[in-house]
Design a protein around this ligand. Structure first.
Ligand code: CAA
Length: 246
């Protein structure tokens, strides 16, 4: 079997970097997209120092044309994409009565519409080759809702609706589609939550701490294994016991 190619969107972020690092160490050929060239170069150099080579391609997940160009460039440089991790995401937290249209659409575009924009470009190839793995990085807050996150919770819940529909449509082509729903992980995104609010959130986590980015990457790797071939349409919650709904 030739080396499988994985595209991790938003790979330079907190959870994204952990996924890229883990997949690369497992021997996958990993690509990610970027918008800021300078920031990405520093990130790539840091990983290179660890012996990890990542293909970085300019691409805006909110823009369908940009996603098409990005996927074609990856295919041309390292081959067809076997694994897609829809990980790119942003927050624009505010209570709904203060939320403006821009805060709503920015979050829906980056977190949810991006799943269409990127997956649409890779799914035909996976169906033709009869193998694929598509993973959405959703959130605990798509499952339980969150004060100040009507936009984010709507997008993240939508991602799992996307997962379970794609899982049904593509199962007979050897493609599994699953969701990983992280709880509060110690990334810049979570550290941006005001400290006193964050302390209250951590107090609600039975395991008593924030999660580590690699604890999410570990779950992504699990879904990629050939032995995980019968798992599709699942939503794996990894949140320190913060939310145990089913
Ligand atoms: N339940 C009930 N009341 C709450 C509350 C909650 N969970 N959170 C805040 N409030 C209350 C406050 O106590 C305050 O009350 P008073 O006015 O009586 O003092 C009031 O709501 C604040 O309301 P505002 O309208 O002033 O709120 P705001 O528009 O300034 O927004 C906020 C505040 C942005 C929601 C802020 O509380 C916040 O950042 N909360 C955390 C949101 C969060 O968890 N984001 C996750 C980011 S990380 C991530 O998203 C990754 C992931 O997937 C987990």
């Amino acid at each position: 079997m030739s080396t499988r190619v994985a595209l991790v969107t938003g790979g330079t972020g907190g959870i994204g970097t952990a996924i890229v690092r883990r997949l690369a160490k497992m021997g996958y050929n990993v690509a990610t997209n970027y918008r800021n060239e300078e920031k990405t170069k520093a990130w790539r150099d840091k990983l290179k120092g660890e012996g990890i080579d990542v293909l970085t391609v300019k691409g805006d997940v909110c823009d369908p044309a940009s996603c098409e160009a990005m996927v074609r460039e990856i295919e041309q440089k390292i081959g067809p994409i076997d694994i897609l991790v829809n990980n790119a995401g942003i927050t624009r937290d505010t209570t709904f009565h203060k939320m403006n249209y821009q805060q709503w659409t920015d979050v829906i575009n980056t977190n949810l519409n991006a799943c269409f924009n990127v997956t649409r470009q890779v799914i035909d190839g996976m169906r033709t080759r009869k193998w694929g793995r598509v993973i959405q990085i959703s959130s605990i807050n798509g499952q339980k809702g969150q004060y100040g996150q009507a936009n984010y919770a709507a997008a993240k819940a939508g991602m799992h609706g996307f997962t379970i529909s794609l899982a049904q449509e593509n199962a007979r082509f050897g493609i599994t589609v699953n969701t990983v729903s992280p709880g509060y992980i110690g990334t810049d995104m979570v550290m941006a939550v005001p400290e006193e609010v964050r302390a209250k959130i951590v107090a609600q986590i039975p395991l008593g701490r924030l999660g580590e980015p690699d604890e999410i990457a570990y779950a992504v790797a699990f879904f990629l294994d050939d032995k995980a071939a019968w798992i599709t349409g699942a939503n794996l919650a990894i949140n320190g016991g913060h939310y145990m709904g089913w």
